[in-house]
Design a protein around this ligand. Structure first.
Ligand code: TRP
Length: 352
């Protein structure tokens, strides 16, 4: 086991779809075998944008942990915890907030993008789709702005930096959408070390792993907002229907027409689930295999991993005591690591 430390978190925003799975979780499953990993449910981060809608927070948090475990994340190999169970995070967050210039946060590109998203949810349709985030933002009055953005929301990157720096992460596996946040994390570490003439905080590196492109049922990017997802724990019959409804090459009108698998949604999934996908490709090109047969076969390749996941999930849901035990032990391990860094930070600041 490499002693290099990995930290990563996910916000508990409902179910995980295959895009999330292949984009992040699948990567975690590999990393747990080779690195010292801390994986957590970022429930505090969920509050930065949905502090008024917490009715599903508990369930979403538990669901997320169940999804991780049923997918193969192993608490013997990595530390699994809930962010808010580690109060040291909130304490370090306060301290790092003191040295983070406001300008870094106001300039953070995701700040503007997310603001517009929140605003759209509240006042659907008021802003046209033909404008950039900055333009839309400039259409809002000062009052509207100050009402939608909370102090905690502006501080999102500081909290994320805290998650990472508190365990002295070497690497952070993140998607491109999070790279601006990771850059702020590095800047906060650098600034802290310079300001207090110390090397307590470690500048983490982004770990961009090559992830397969996961398209949705309609061929667009898989996304909850497009309604084209397949959930990780999809019911088998729903999965069957979804696979059978996938978009295919529009030029293939009859089963025996030759077609182009590139750009066919079914093919992108064959690539993920069928070890013999190249043969399928050939048969698609020559017209030897029709789309219906091709989809049926894909479904059979996908089915076992879904059945396996669903069975494990059912087991876990029955065993709340086990789940609580995992999270309790995870929080203890995370707190031990966090407390060490926090003590060093306080010492560097000269907090008495
Ligand atoms: N901001 C991340 C996301 O939305 C979640 C997150 C919170 C995170 N803290 C983190 C990711 C620390 C990596 C490391 O996906």
């Amino acid at each position: 086991m490499d002693s290099k430390i990995i930290v990563s978190g996910m916000r508990p925003t409902g179910k995980i779809h295959l895009g999330n799975f292949f984009g992040a979780l699948n990567n975690w499953l590999n990393l747990q075998n080779t690195h010292n990993c801390y994986f957590f449910v970022a429930d505090l981060h969920a509050l930065t944008t949905a502090s008024d809608a917490t009715e599903n927070l508990t369930q979403n948090t538990l669901d997320m942990v169940v999804t991780w475990l049923a997918s193969g994340l192993n608490p013997e190999k990595c530390t699994i915890f809930v962010q808010s169970h580690v109060p040291e995070v909130s304490e370090l967050n306060t301290l790092l907030a003191m040295i983070t210039p406001l300008g870094w946060l106001l300039r953070n590109p995701t700040y503007k993008e997310q603001l517009v998203e929140i605003f759209k949810k509240k006042y659907a349709g008021r802003l046209g789709d033909d404008k950039t985030a900055a333009e839309k933002l400039s259409m809002l009055t000062e009052k509207e702005l100050s009402e939608i953005a909370s102090f905690g929301f502006l501080g999102y990157p500081v909290l994320m930096a805290t998650d990472i720096l508190i365990h002295k992460a070497t690497y952070v596996p993140v998607g491109q959408d999070q790279s601006a946040h990771l850059e702020i994390t590095r800047e906060i570490a650098r600034r802290f070390n310079e300001q207090f003439n110390t090397d307590v905080l470690v500048e983490p590196k982004a770990l961009f792993t090559k992830v397969p492109k996961v398209t949705g049922l309609d061929g667009r990017k898989m996304s909850k907002s497009y309604g084209n997802t397949i959930e990780v724990g999809e019911d088998i019959e729903v999965l069957r229907k979804k696979v059978m409804s996938m978009f295919t090459d529009p030029n293939k009108k009859r089963a025996a027409d030759p077609a182009n698998p590139e750009g066919c949604t079914v093919f992108t999934f064959h690539k993920l689930y069928n070890p013999g996908f190249e043969k399928r490709c050939q048969e698609c090109r020559t017209g030897a295999l029709g789309c219906v047969a091709c989809k049926k076969e894909l479904f059979e390749y996908m089915r076992p991993s879904f059945e396996d996941f669903n069975a494990k999930k059912q087991e876990l849901l029955k065993n709340k005591t086990y789940l609580d035990k995992i999270l309790k032990e995870g929080a203890e391990k995370a707190r031990a690591s966090a407390a060490k860094t926090l003590a060093e930070v306080k010492k560097a600041i000269r907090i008495y």
